[in-house]
Design a protein around this ligand. Structure first.
Ligand SMILES: [Zn+2]
Length: 399
């Protein structure tokens, strides 16, 4: 048994508790939540707030070796051009593995207990297998060449089966509206609907909308210049290409949403009751100097989760740093809401809410201490920092 208390405890479900205390059994499962009556010798007391472990709803572990290699502020097309450049992939297999291991350790240190991670290869599987973090691997399909669709789908199936054989959660997912031929988008979406979960990049830049509205813009230029086929010009914004392919029962993570409007939001939420809007603000600032419409999402009471994206477009894999930047630009959003976005909503999107995401009896969410809080306004400060106080959480195998 372990009793951990602090100035405030945010169970995330329910109100914050002043002098809250959480009692854990020896497997770190929560047996009781309450308010500290009298400090006993067996209670650990911390100066700060206690929150459940964070969920990073969007990452690409296998791009970790690309840290600090991309020139910022080039927009989405500029980022894609750089990411696809062969010069970016000169790192050896050992260097790539070391970078992924370091990224995994960084996330553990940042109190992250679950990750929705996008993969194009099996390179990250070994790191995930030995990590205490729960990973759902989204095996991503992309490609505008119709003739390649069958072959690509088959190799994604093999990759997914390989992950399952290693005991990892994994499912096939489409990359984005703009990067897929019709047959590939149909096949990837059908596989995601079958699995009941999808993570797709949505409206990361205005270039995406322009491509579908007119066939032009920076992405059109990039694809034509590279000899790729263009996706069909639909005359509608890019989000509308995705919606018909996704079935309402599917837990859908729309990632980025930088240029999503109120109208786009309404259309998507009407069709998809299990839709989560994943915001990766630091990546968006690095790529295009823009932020997602977080104020709109807050006003509409949207289901929002937080992602870091990869080290190719972010210098940190830290959910608290993402929350700080949201707080700076949208100070009207209460800390309680930010914490729900960073924990429970991501856990729900990944289907892990029965184990993670809130301080609830029976769950093993990990207990995170955040220090350097502005208690007067109950907000984060630029000095707020995270410590994970418990080891075993989620689906960690306990011997
Ligand atoms: Zn991504």
């Amino acid at each position: 048994m372990r009793r951990i208390a602090a100035h405030y405890l945010f169970p995330v479900v329910g109100k914050p508790l002043h002098r809250g205390v959480v009692t854990l059994n020896d497997k770190n499962a929560i047996v009781e939540i309450g308010v500290l009556q009298n400090e006993t010798e067996s209670t650990e007391f911390y100066n700060g707030i206690l929150v459940p472990g964070f969920v990073n709803a969007h990452c690409h572990l296998e791009l970790s070796h690309l840290k600090n290699t991309c020139t910022p502020h080039g927009g989405l097309a500029g980022f894609i051009r750089q990411i696809n450049s062969p010069a970016r992939y000169r790192a050896t297999a050992a260097e790539r593995l070391a970078a992924m291991s370091a990224a995994d350790r960084e996330m553990q240190a940042e109190g992250i207990v679950a990750v929705g991670d996008v993969c194009n290869t099996a390179e990250s599987f070994a790191v995930k297998q030995s990590s205490p973090i729960f990973y759902h691997s989204f095996i991503e399909l992309a490609g505008l060449d119709e003739a390649m669709a069958g072959k690509k789908h088959q190799s994604a199936r093999l990759l997914t089966a390989g992950a399952h054989a290693m005991g990892l959660a994994a499912s096939i997912t489409p990359h984005a509206a703009y990067s897929m031929s019709e047959p590939l988008l149909a096949a990837a979406s059908a596989a995601a609907n079958d699995a009941g979960i999808m993570s797709v990049h949505n409206q990361e830049g205005e270039e995406e909308n322009t491509l579908f509205l007119s066939g032009g813009g920076a992405l059109g230029k990039l694809f034509t210049g590279s000899g790729y086929a263009l996706p069909p010009v639909t005359g509608e914004r890019s989000i509308y290409r995705l919606l018909p392919y996704i079935e309402p029962h599917t837990s859908t993570l729309f990632v980025h949403n930088v240029t999503t409007t109120g109208e786009d939001y309404e259309a998507a939420t009407r069709r998809l009751p299990h839709l989560t809007w994943v915001c990766c603000p630091l990546s968006n600032l690095q790529i295009s100097r823009r932020l997602p419409p977080v104020g709109l999402f807050y006003k509409r009471n949207a289901q929002v989760a937080i992602g870091t994206d990869s080290l190719a477009s972010n210098s940190r894999l830290s959910i608290i740093e993402e929350l700080k930047i949201i707080h700076k630009h949208f100070p009207q959003i209460p800390l309680h809401t930010l914490l729900q976005w960073a924990t429970l909503n991501g856990a729900q999107a990944l289907g892990k809410e029965s184990e993670l995401g809130s301080m609830s009896v029976g769950k093993r969410p990990g207990v995170v201490l955040i220090e350097n809080i502005d208690f007067t306004n109950m907000q984060l400060t630029s000095d707020s920092k995270v410590t994970l106080l418990t080891g075993n959480y989620g689906n960690t195998i306990i011997s």
